[in-house]
Design a protein around this ligand. Structure first.
Ligand code: ATP
Length: 464
């Protein structure tokens, strides 16, 4: 067994992720994320989540959903992706959801005019960087994907793939408020796909054209909005800390008056330091009563709230928290990655171990069941243990290669616990449980393994 003192020293010397390519390759190799339609050469900016990635994504969504909707003042919603086209007229997306686009006549690439000159750096495929000398005048490019509803493909049949989930919440405000009998202040949370025809997608799953958003709109009495804006900033910050993220890689970036979106009274981004620099992870916005008043105007339906206690009617203000699930997954992968100088726990030889130090709640696999040999006397009871645990936990059975190699495989996908079924297990009815970060091992009775795992995971639970 490895020396824990030596291990903690090795851990202290660990190296973090410093290039995105390492993560892209790990994700492909281990089955987290693949390029979409890869056998056809891939589809730009679209990605598929593999066996581990889909588990991870489900866990991230669950953690967010629980943090939001287990509060007494937030309820959930799952609105359709396709909505009445008037929704997007009212929200301002038809007329204003566009980016300024410029083309380089020399290298034929497209850039967002608002991202110049940084976007040009290293982008030109020509030997000599054209440095912006051949750029066209900016033109406005609407980011919404269009399609047709029904058999006739004419202008009257145009519908949009939603570019954000928020509008599904605004148009259902009255439905949700009256059926859930929630009183202002209260929130509505939603997770779902959004689509944006981004000019410059890239950086793996950071900016894609199809992505999943986790948004919450919190309806408050006008005049109380500033206080709730501050409260939600704190709540969202704490969510990331509870997920185990490194606080030195997180920061708030307030929007200056010139940077505010048309609907916003105040806005702050939660930024994460990705290997390609500080970037927005989540947006927290004070949207004032912009959306409800627009929908009231365009639909002709009253969306005012009657405050029984104060005996007054008003249009609530909205504090919004909006994070991309895929972008959060990238941040979590980068944050969890570390390379440690270590020793092989079986041979004692020096080696490097790659670890994804995921919080157990989001780890795609909670425990690996490893029979020490492929002999039936070990594999049969080990499989029985696997089946028992699988009723409650995502577990993986692995009987291939040396135990040291199998530990490394699990470290690299972030499995918090490995359970080795060895020759003693048949007589003492115990397994060796090895913890990922400390690499400490202990013998746990077979009939206690389930409780052990539950307790270990619960002890770190991400409560709201
Ligand atoms: P950006 O400035 O990066 O384009 P945004 O300010 O337009 O983002 P919002 O409209 O506030 O983003 O969307 C909320 C969140 O949705 C973002 O913080 C981000 O996490 C996620 N998101 C937005 N666009 C994309 C995209 N193209 N791909 C992946 N996630 C996205």
């Amino acid at each position: 067994m490895a020396d824990p003192v030596q291990n903690s020293a090795a851990k202290a010397q660990h190296k973090n992720l410093n290039d995105l390519a390492t993560m892209v390759s790990l994700c492909k190799r281990r089955g987290f994320v693949y390029q979409s339609s890869e056998i056809y050469g891939g589809l730009n900016s679209c990605w598929d989540y593999g066996p581990l990635g889909s588990n991870l994504k489900m866990n991230v969504k669950q953690a967010w959903w629980n943090a939001m909707t287990r509060r007494d003042d937030v309820v959930g919603l799952d609105a359709a992706i396709l909505m009445a086209p008037m929704v997007w007229k009212a929200s301002g997306h038809v007329d204003g959801f566009s980016d300024p686009l410029v083309d380089c006549k020399k290298c034929k690439q497209r850039f967002r005019a608002d991202q110049l000159p940084q976007a040009l750096e290293g982008a030109c495929k020509e030997k000599e960087n054209c440095k912006g000398a051949y750029l066209t005048e900016p033109r406005s490019f609407n980011l919404m994907f269009k399609t047709f509803m029904g058999p006739v493909e004419d202008a009257s049949a145009i519908v949009y793939l939603r570019p954000e989930t928020a509008q599904g919440i605004f148009v259902n405000f009255e439905n949700v408020q009256s059926t859930s009998r929630k009183k202002v202040p209260f929130g509505i949370a939603q997770i779902g796909k959004s689509f944006r025809n981004e000019i410059t997608p890239g950086n793996f799953i950071f900016r894609t054209r199809e992505f999943e958003q986790m948004e919450m709109q919190y309806f408050v009495k006008p005049g109380t909005d500033d206080g709730f804006f501050e409260k939600w900033k704190e709540t969202r910050w704490n969510f990331y800390l509870k997920l185990g993220m490194n606080s030195s890689k997180l920061r708030f970036k307030p929007h200056g008056p010139g940077e505010l979106a048309h609907y916003a009274k105040a806005a702050v981004d939660v930024q994460y330091e990705f290997p390609f620099g500080w970037q927005e992870l989540e947006g927290i916005h004070n949207r004032s009563d912009f959306d409800l008043s627009q929908h009231q105007k365009f639909s002709g339906k009253k969306l005012e709230y009657f405050d029984e206690a104060a005996k007054e009617k008003y249009l609530p203000f909205v504090i919004e928290t909006a994070v991309g699930c895929d972008r959060l997954i990238l941040a979590l992968l980068c944050d969890a990655y570390r390379e440690e100088n270590s020793v092989d726990e079986e041979t004692g030889r020096a080696d490097t171990r790659v670890v994804l130090g995921f919080h157990p709640e989001i780890a795609p696999i909670k425990a690996a069941i490893l029979p020490l040999s492929k002999k039936a006397e070990l594999t049969e009871p080990a499989l029985k243990l696997r089946d028992g645990l699988a009723r409650e936990f995502a577990v993986q059975y692995d009987d291939a290669a040396s135990i040291g190699k199998r530990y490394r495989r699990q470290d690299e996908i972030g499995t918090p616990f490995c359970m080795t079924y060895d020759f003693d297990s048949n007589t003492d009815h115990k397994v060796t449980v090895r913890e990922r970060d400390s690499m400490k091992q202990e013998r746990i009775a077979l009939d206690q393994v389930e409780t052990y795992l539950r307790t270990q995971i619960k002890a770190k639970a991400i409560a709201f």
